[in-house]
Structure formats: structure tokens, C-alpha cells
Design a protein around this ligand. Structure first.
Ligand SMILES: Nc1ncnc2c1ncn2[C@@H]1O[C@H](COP(=O)(O)OP(=O)(O)OP(=O)(O)O)[C@@H](O)[C@H]1O
Ligand SMILES: [Mg+2]
Length: 305
């Protein structure tokens, strides 16, 4: 028997969209056209983030991590369910949610400084206004430059402000991308395997940068990674998305569900990665999310949440 899928207008969640919630993903399903039918990718995902948290998301390749991130960004809509950010339903991307991809998010023809201030400059700078209010515009431009320099200092790149992206290493380019996203003061910063293309040393360095950024800016960070060690190290809350779960006898599992949602141990330094509780947690994540033989009954998960 296939699992029953709720209709779009069924059983509205009473707390859905409550303004005090930073992020509220409520009973979200996503599917895509496939081979003349549909492939269900996400199966009834609910997630509440009451205050700024650093959420990391792991799961087997193809389980729908990037899909979930796109739904929170608003670049696509769920098949069923809703996403609310700061009480507003997410229907398209807006400046409250910034994004950093694995690479290619910088403008090659702009300097580091111009890349970081780009979003601020774009805000309401239409040509006629620029021409009519030139002194005001110049003043504003100067303020943007100063702000961008502050953010470049945060990511330790103020010495490289006048360089172009191709003159920087991959790790430095990702630092610029983080500053570019953070300067818009998003309430939610989405990151899709942001350090995936970097060598281990640079990666570790950037993990510390993003932890510091989270502590300073107090935005919710939604961080997708393939690396379990990274997920446990940087985040404050770990989510595991997987299609390895079981339902009642005879019911077919379609799409991925959240199978783990836990706070992570505090890990202030990289040497904590060797700690026993840290290693045990990674083993547990591997078992619950990545082992096709281990199938937690979804009711067990629901009861704990
Ligand atoms: N626009 C789309 N059209 C059709 N299928 C899609 C689309 N986007 C994603 N999919 C499918 O949805 C599933 C989940 O994709 P998604 O990219 O979200 O996975 P992921 O967990 O991010 O994988 P990875 O770890 O490899 O990045 C895959 O089977 C993918 O082929
Ligand atoms: Mg992905």
C-alpha cells in the first residue's frame, strides 16, 4: 500500500507562519516529472527554527538536500506544504535570504570590493535617480564602500579589496562570496556545499570563519554538506535527510524524510574533531542516514520531535 499523501488544503498547521519563527517548513512535499510520471523527492518535511540557528544538512547523494534549500530560498515552490521565513510565506527569492554556492557566485569583471557592495548598490539605484540625485548617490556609494570594507575585514580580505576574483585562491573567493551574502544582512543564509571544492586546510580555515560569522551576525545558517565531520563541527543543529526509513508493514517509502534532528556538541576548536563524543555522533549519523540496512521507523523519529 502506498503511503497516503495529504491534499494541499488539508490539516493546516496551527503554528504555521507564526511571526516569531525564523523559519517554518510545514509539511513540505516536492516532486519532479520523471519517465512519464513523477519522482517524489521530499516526503512531508516539517522543520521549525524558532531563533537563529546554524543548521547543517547531510544525507545520501540525490536525497533532496539542494531541493530543500531551493524551496527555502524560494527559487522553486513546493508541490505541497508551505515555507515561511520570519512569518512571511516564501514565494520567490528576496533579500532576506542570501545564498552561497560551491563556486561561480562572483562577478568576474568586478573587483573584490565591488563584488561585496554589489547588492547594496543594486538596491534602488535606477539610472534616472542616480542622475537626479548625484551628490546623494555619491555619498551613498562611499558608505557602501566603507561597509564592504568592514565585511572584507571580517573575512580577512581587506588587503585584497582591489583585486579581481581570478587573482584569488578558491578559498579566498568563497570568503568574498560569504561577505557578499552577509552584507545584505539576510535573516537566513543558505549554503550549498560551500566548501566542497576546497582543499582540507582551506576548508578548515573557512569552517572557523563561518562559525565566527554566525556568532557575530546571528542569522540562521542552513548549510548543506557531504562531509559529516564538517556538519557536526560547524553547526548547532544537525539534520539528516534520507530515504532509508521504514513505515508500517507493507507501506512503501517514497522520497526522503528527516530521520535525525539533533543539537550538535559544542566544538570550539578543530582539535575537538578527535573527541570521543564527536566521533560517536558521526558513526550514529552514518548508521541512521546512510546505511540502507538500518531503517528507523518514522514513528520513532516523530515521537522524539
Ligand atoms: N529540476 C529538477 N527536475 C527533475 N529532477 C530533479 C530536479 N531537481 C532535482 N531533481 C532530482 O531530485 C533528486 C534530488 O536532487 P537534489 O539535487 O536535491 O539532491 P542532493 O541531495 O542535493 O544531491 P547531491 O548530494 O548529489 O547534491 C535527484 O534525484 C534529482 O535528480
Ligand atoms: Mg545537492
Amino acid at each position: 500500500m502506498a503511503e497516503r499523501e495529504p491534499e494541499r488544503d488539508e490539516a493546516p498547521d496551527q503554528t504555521s507562519g507564526a511571526p516569531e519563527l525564523n523559519l517554518d517548513v510545514s509539511r513540505v512535499w516536492q516532486r519532479y516529472p520523471s519517465k512519464g510520471g513523477h519522482q517524489v523527492v521530499l516526503n512531508d518535511i516539517s522543520l521549525k527554527v524558532p531563533e537563529p540557528q546554524f543548521l547543517t544538512v547531510v544525507g545520501p547523494s540525490g536525497c533532496g538536500k539542494s531541493t530543500l534549500l531551493r524551496l527555502i530560498l524560494g527559487s522553486e515552490s513546493p508541490w505541497k506544504g508551505t515555507v515561511h521565513a520570519a512569518g512571511q510565506e516564501v514565494v520567490h527569492p528576496d533579500r532576506n535570504r542570501g545564498i552561497v554556492f560551491q563556486r561561480y557566485s562572483l562577478f568576474p569583471h568586478l573587483t573584490v570590493l565591488e563584488n561585496v557592495m554589489f547588492g547594496l548598490e543594486l538596491d534602488g539605484s535606477w539610472l534616472l535617480q542616480k542622475w537626479l540625485t548625484w551628490p546623494w548617490y555619491k555619498q551613498r556609494h562611499k558608505q557602501h564602500q566603507e561597509q564592504a570594507m568592514e565585511y572584507l575585514k571580517t573575512v580577512k580580505l581587506d588587503q585584497h579589496a582591489s583585486k579581481y576574483p581570478h587573482q584569488l585562491s578558491g578559498g579566498m573567493q568563497q570568503r568574498v562570496a560569504i561577505a557578499q551574502a552577509m552584507i545584505m544582512k539576510p535573516t537566513i543564509l543558505l549554503m550549498d556545499e560551500p566548501f566542497g571544492a576546497l582543499d582540507p586546510g582551506t576548508r578548515e580555515d573557512l569552517q572557523l570563519t563561518i562559525i565566527e560569522t554566525f556568532e557575530e551576525q546571528k542569522a540562521t545558517i542552513f548549510f548543506v554538506t557531504h562531509d559529516l565531520e564538517e556538519a557536526v563541527f560547524v553547526g548547532t543543529r544537525l539534520l539528516v535527510l534520507s530515504s532509508f526509513y521504514s513505515l508500517d508493514d507493507g507501506e512503501e517509502a517514497i522520497g526522503s524524510k528527516l530521520v535525525m534532528d539533533i543539537p550538535t556538541p559544542k566544538t570550539p576548536t578543530t582539535s575537538d574533531k578527535k573527541r570521543g563524543d564527536f566521533r560517536e555522533l558521526i558513526q550514529e549519523v552514518r548508521r541512521q542516514g546512510f546505511d540502507p540496512e538500518y531503517r528507523q521507523h518514522v514513528r520513532e523519529f516523530d515521537l522524539r520531535h
